[in-house]
Ligand binder design. Structure first.
Ligand SMILES: Cc1cc2nc3c(=O)[nH]c(=O)nc-3n(C[C@H](O)[C@H](O)[C@H](O)COP(=O)(O)O)c2cc1C
Length: 455
């Protein structure tokens, strides 16, 4: 029987040598004439273990962490040639690693498990179940389910997704759009990239459901220009989805038309702000537009437009497939469901942790993150990007919840956490954040223009 070996094709793994490891495995498999299939999966999000190589066994997938091409010969012997079961890079059954086991993966359920460009893998792991449900419902019922789920935008502003969709649904127009914001500019964030590189059909499915819900026929993904691997994977996934009838003139034989175009972003932080993004998509300079009108009413090319973040849209298939209450069961207060939190900076176990709202910063930093990478006490963390806040250690018992954070003068934003130990110079960090804002500001609104000019 063919044995599968999984080597991630995620940017973080590639940056740490995954392609060299894959080349070495291909050579050793060929020279041994072994019955092995090498699968380039997405990342599990245990970035500190990358490249994390997995082999399928009768007792589940066994993992080997921080593999280099020099390890491949001995690993191959461990896996196939009856050598001792133990290898110094072994981390045992992957699903049992506490970092992974203690998560609640709804949005990232398939990441690292599937081959991101295999539609068979996607379908075999709950893929397109949400679209099937959506196709059996009228537009209003789809919007109602999303509203009931309590899902709020994961791009930063946490606006209720169902309410936004309802506005677009109720705006009469011959042409409506779904725009996915994949500009991902906040510091320490990478969940959009990991979704697109590791589970692109989830985004395509989420956008298609959004289109059915509001009556849109065209979608755009505005993808951060520094994401070449995501561009490659998504381009491939779009072709596959079209070839299998999941996009195009007649989506799944429903006589409903929807297609998606991928656009490389302009490389400016301000273009992640939704109205600048719409300007940029229209081929103009990335300057903010005054609101009102809301993009939901007059968005791309002046038409009603849903603008949502990658994670927001990729959460939709689960909600449609499992129902609003299955999603709402997770979370606290008005923060429903889960958030893929990204741990970065001076942290021992950096990576992606999807947890229900209500998890504390302490749990994230120490139970998952294992403390600082330097071993020194953590002094602060930045969350919410350059426009967010630095939170001191005294507040690490804060629970992740939009309202709790707001009351503490902070914001969750896109869920990126950048960690600093006690050696950080807070004055210079404050200066750095403001310098970043000064450079990246489009200068259109008065407060930004007049205050940042002095930096
Ligand atoms: C300066 C600035 C930068 C932003 N950058 C992003 C970004 O990179 N990605 C994103 O999804 N939202 C970003 N936003 C938020 C968007 O304007 C918008 O709220 C979001 O795309 C809406 O989608 P959501 O409701 O799914 O969150 C930014 C906002 C501001 C003010």
């Amino acid at each position: 029987m063919t044995t599968k070996i999984f080597i991630p094709r995620d940017s973080s793994a590639i940056g740490l040598g995954a392609n060299l490891v894959a080349d070495a495995f291909t050579r050793v498999v060929q020279s041994n004439n072994a019955d092995v299939q090498i699968v380039r999966n997405g990342s599990r999000g245990l970035i500190w273990m990358e490249p994390l190589v997995e082999v399928e066994t009768e007792t589940g997938r066994q993992g080997y962490a921080n593999v280099t091409s020099n390890d491949v010969d001995s690993l191959f012997k461990t896996m196939f040639a009856g050598a001792s079961d133990h290898h110094e890079k072994s981390v045992g059954p992957v699903e049992e690693i506490p970092y992974l086991k203690n998560q609640e993966r709804l949005c990232f359920a398939r990441n690292g498990i599937t081959d991101p460009t295999s539609i068979e893998d996607y379908l075999g792991n709950d893929g397109y179940r949400g679209l099937k449900v959506a196709l059996s419902l009228d537009a209003k019922s789809i919007v109602e389910i999303v509203t009931q789920s309590g899902l709020r935008g994961r791009g930063g502003a946490a606006f209720p997704t169902g309410i936004k969709w309802n506005t677009v649904l109720n705006c009469p127009s011959d042409q409506k759009y779904i725009v996915c914001n994949a500009d991902e500019g906040d510091s320490g964030t990478f969940s959009d990239r990991m979704t697109i590189e590791g589970d692109p059909f989830a985004l395509i499915e989420g956008m298609t459901i959004a289109a059915l819900a509001v009556g849109a026929t065209k979608g755009y993904v505005y993808l951060r220009s520094e994401y070449p691997h995501a561009e490659e994977v998504f381009t491939e996934a779009l072709l596959i989805a079209r070839a299998h009838g999941y996009l195009g003139e007649n989506v799944c034989g429903s006589k409903r038309s929807f297609d998606i175009e991928l656009r490389r972003a302009a490389g400016a932080y301000i273009c992640g702000e939704e109205t600048s993004m719409l300007e940029s998509l229209e081929g103009k300079r990335g300057l903010v537009r005054p609101k009102p009108p809301l993009p939901a009413i007059s968005g791309l090319f002046g038409q009603p437009t849903v603008v949502n973040n990658v994670v927001t849209l990729s959460s939709i298939p689960f909600i449609l497939a499992n129902g609003a209450s299955a999603y709402k069961d997770y979370g606290m207060g008005r923060s429903m469901g889960t958030l893929p939190i990204q741990l970065a900076g001076n942290i021992k176990r950096g990576g992606l942790v999807e947890k229900a709202f209500g998890v504390t910063l302490n749990e994230l930093l120490y139970d998952f993150g294992g403390g600082s990478a330097s071993g020194k006490p953590i002094r602060t963390l930045q969350i919410g990007g350059p426009l967010g806040a630095y939170i001191p250690e005294s507040q690490f018992d804060l629970k992740l919840d939009y309202e709790t954070f707001s009351a503490a003068g902070a914001m969750i934003g896109h869920g990126g956490i950048v960690v600093f130990d006690q050696t950080v110079n807070m004055a210079s960090m404050a200066r750095f954040a403001m310098e970043f804002c000064a450079i990246e500001s489009c200068g259109k609104c008065t407060p930004c223009r007049l205050s940042l000019i002095h930096i």
